[in-house]
Design a protein around this ligand. Structure first.
Ligand SMILES: Nc1nc2c(c(=O)[nH]1)N[C@H]1C(S)=C(S)[C@@H](COP(=O)(O)O)O[C@H]1N2
Ligand SMILES: [Mo]
Length: 338
C-alpha cells in the first residue's frame, strides 16, 4: 500500500510563534515551585536534558497535576490499574485482539529508539505556514499537565486513566490557521512492519493510515489533550507512543494514537471508522447513552477497575463532561450527528 510521506518543510523550530508558551510554562513552573504547589521533584520526576538525545520511552518529564481533574471527580473514584491499561488495548495496526498491541514484537520494532527519536509531527493544510516539529521541541515548549480522565470505548468498556500531556490548542497555536479552516484532520504513522499493514487481512482489510478528525471548536476545547504520558511515564507503544490525542467526551476511537500529521481542512474530513462503517460510527462520536450502536446498547458500560469482575455502571452523556462541552452541540440533532 501507499505510504504517505510528509513533505519536508524546511522550517526551523526557531521560526515558531509559540515561544511565549515556553516562557509562560517556565514562569508557571517557577511560581508553582515557589508556592509549593508543584509535584515534589522526587527521584521519579526530574528534568530531562533536551540537549542529550535520550530514549524517549524511558524519558522522565516535569509536569504538574491539573487540580481540576482529581481522582474524586471520576466515577468510580479510582484509577484503573496500570497493568490493565497497558495490556488491554485497541491498536488495530498491531492486531485486533486486546493483548496483541502489548505483546507485539513489531510494536517494539516500529517504536524503537531510531523512530521515536527523532519523531516529528507535520502541521499543515489551511495554515499561513506549515511546520514540521520534532517531538523534542514540542515537549520542551508545551506546558505539561496530568489529568485523570474517564475514557470510554464505543465497545462499552471504560477506564479511569492519568494522562499527561498538553492541550492540543497550545500546539495548534504554533501555526496561524486561515479563516477557511473548519476542521482538523489527524494521521497515525504507517510502517511496513505493522502486522495489519503487512497483512491487511489481520484487521479486516482496513486501509491505514488510521485517521481521525475534529471540528475546530472541539480541537480548541480545553479538555482536548495531546498525551505523551500515562501513569507518570512516557506512553508505551501499545498506548500510542509517543504522542496521541485524548478527547474524553468522545468514544475512544476518536483518540488517535502515534500522530505524525495534523492538517487544517475546510470540509468534514474522512476518518477511518466512518469510511469503514458510517452506519455504526459517526464523525462526532460523542458518548451518548441515548443513542445505541446498531448492534448494542450504549446505556451502560463495563468499568475496568481494581476488582476481578468489571463493574457495570451507567454511561453518562458526554462521558460526564457535559459542563465543558455540551454548548458546542446546541441545536444539533445528536441522534443524526452521532
Ligand atoms: N492508530 C490507532 N489509534 C487508535 C486505535 C487504533 O486501532 N489505531 N484504536 C482506538 C480505540 S477504538 C480506542 S478505544 C483507543 C484505545 O486506547 P488504549 O489502548 O490506549 O486504551 O485508541 C484509539 N486510537
Ligand atoms: Mo474503542
Amino acid at each position: 500500500m501507499l505510504i504517505k510521506r510528509p513533505k519536508s518543510y524546511d522550517i526551523k523550530d526557531s521560526d515558531l510563534t509559540s515561544i511565549e508558551n515556553y516562557e509562560r510554562r517556565e514562569s508557571i513552573m517557577k511560581a508553582l515551585a515557589v508556592g509549593g504547589l508543584l509535584v515534589p521533584l522526587t527521584s521519579s520526576l526530574y528534568a530531562a536534558s533536551t540537549a542529550e538525545k535520550s530514549d524517549f520511552i524511558k524519558r522522565k518529564f516535569i509536569y504538574s497535576k491539573d487540580p481540576h481533574f482529581p481522582v474524586s471527580a471520576l466515577t468510580p473514584p479510582s484509577l484503573t490499574p496500570e497493568r490493565k491499561a497497558e495490556t488491554y488495548n485497541n491498536y488495530y495496526e498491531f492486531g485486533v485482539q486486546k493483548e496483541d498491541p502489548s505483546s507485539s514484537a513489531a510494536a517494539k520494532e516500529v517504536f524503537s529508539k531510531a523512530k521515536l527519536d527523532p519523531w516529528s509531527v507535520v502541521i499543515d493544510g489551511l495554515v499561513e505556514k506549515p511546520v514540521k516539529l520534532s517531538l523534542e521541541t514540542i515537549v520542551a515548549k508545551m506546558p505539561l499537565v496530568e489529568r485523570n480522565y474517564h475514557f470510554r470505548c464505543v465497545e462499552a468498556w471504560s477506564m479511569n486513566l492519568p494522562y499527561m500531556g498538553f492541550r492540543l490548542k497550545d500546539l495548534l497555536a504554533v501555526v496561524k490557521p486561515l479563516s477557511s479552516a473548519k476542521y482538523v484532520h489527524f494521521e497515525t504513522i504507517v510502517d511496513p512492519d505493522m502486522p495489519a499493514v503487512k497483512s491487511p487481512g489481520i484487521a479486516g482489510g482496513i486501509k491505514f493510515p488510521y485517521t481521525e478528525g475534529l471540528r475546530l471548536d472541539e480541537a480548541y476545547n480545553d479538555l482536548t489533550l495531546m498525551a505523551i504520558g500515562l501513569y507518570g511515564k512516557a506512553l508505551l507503544p501499545q498506548n500510542g507512543a509517543p504522542l496521541r490525542l485524548i478527547v474524553p467526551w468522545k468514544y475512544g476511537f476518536k483518540s488517535i494514537k502515534s500522530i505524525v500529521r495534523i492538517s487544517f481542512v475546510d470540509k468534514l474530513p474522512s476518518t477511518m471508522w466512518v469510511s469503514l462503517a458510517s452506519d455504526e460510527y459517526g464523525f462526532y462520536a460523542n458518548v451518548n447513552p441515548n443513542v445505541p450502536h446498531p448492534r448494542w446498547s450504549q446505556a451502560t458500560e463495563n468499568y475496568i477497575g481494581d476488582s476481578f469482575f468489571n463493574e457495570r455502571i451507567p454511561t453518562k452523556m458526554f462521558n460526564g463532561y457535559g459542563e465543558e462541552v455540551a454548548m458546542m452541540y446546541k441545536g444539533m440533532d445528536l441522534t443524526k450527528n452521532f
